[in-house]
Design a protein around this ligand. Sequence first.
Ligand SMILES: NC(=O)NCCC(=O)O
Length: 387
Amino acid sequence: MAKSVELSSFDNLVANSLTESELEEFNRIYYGRKDHRFVQINKSNIEFAKHNNFDIAAYDFPAQKEETRRPRIVKVGIIQHSIAISTDKPIVEQRQSIFDKIRNIIIAAANEGVNIICLQEAWSMPFAFCTREKQPWCEFAESAIDGPSVQFLKEFSAKYGMVIISPILERDKIHGDTIWNTAVVINEFGEVMGKHRKNHIPRVGDFNESTYYFEGNTGHPVFETKFGKIAINICYGRHHPLNWLMFGVNGAEIVFNPSATVSGLSEHLWSVEARNAAIANSYYTCSINRVGTEKFPNEFTSGDGLPAHKEFGHFYGSSYVTAPDGCRTPGLSRNKDGLLITQLDLNKCRQIKDKWGFTMTQRLDLYAESLKKAVQPEYECQVIKKK
Ligand SMILES: NC(=O)NCCC(=O)O
């Protein structure tokens, strides 16, 4: 465990281990392009990021020039971060300390002309679901209409004309004070445009989220924002290809995957799933994971016979963006807060659909018919046996 935390960046490891020509080949084969198409970041923002202890990186995903459509360039910023103070401090202080660090990162994003920001899953709290304790963690749950996080982010949305996606622990007062894992979409005027609730809830490792909330009831909404059609596939939903598919069916051009996942469990899957989804659905995917090792006041067990402990594993960051053609950015650090900016030409989505024809050749009708049968209790698997 300690060793994996020490590795601050897979990409730096690769870059520092290869010669220039080997690295070019690595980038061509692994990333789908020979260079990363860095976008220049303002010097003052680089200094500002250094001073406030977060990384900042920016990359370009251009599309081919078209005769009948103008480029549709959108600047996306994804933010990964650790919690800011220990988990035994008062709830309001914990949340405020996260707000304080996020404020700086949003300002840097705004200075770089970012149009859409997405934060990580349950960004305004520690990922305390491992504990299975209701107190005090349920107190982090907040309204998706006017809770502290929405109030905090609305100001930035309106001030900078940005769309902000805020994945929170939601408290739905209207429906019996129910708790949900929800992403709130705030438009460029600081108004809540809508929300999406996590469709798939994990029951793996220390991710005891089903103790707190149920599978979402908002379907697969796509939000038609000023800057493009966006959707949110929250964390564990990335293991479900049909969840990704439905956002594509509803016309998403960018699908965000705000996550909280730990090394040991999922790191070998991290670079595969969202990238594959981008390819299969001809849209951009933006993968965001939190950073750090979170320690809780009371011991909890993991149902694996090992001793009780107070620490969740290491959240390994490594946030990255993939284009519809499967090219991707390097990942952010494994252990440091960061802002990853990508300049996306949304025309690329249709260009890749035209080139590869994945939306044209997918057999939704066939699958719909087969799935309808497969969910029947009396269903028999379509298996041909040797006589
Ligand atoms: N937050 C969450 O759904 N995590 C589950 C672990 C994983 O999917 O890697």
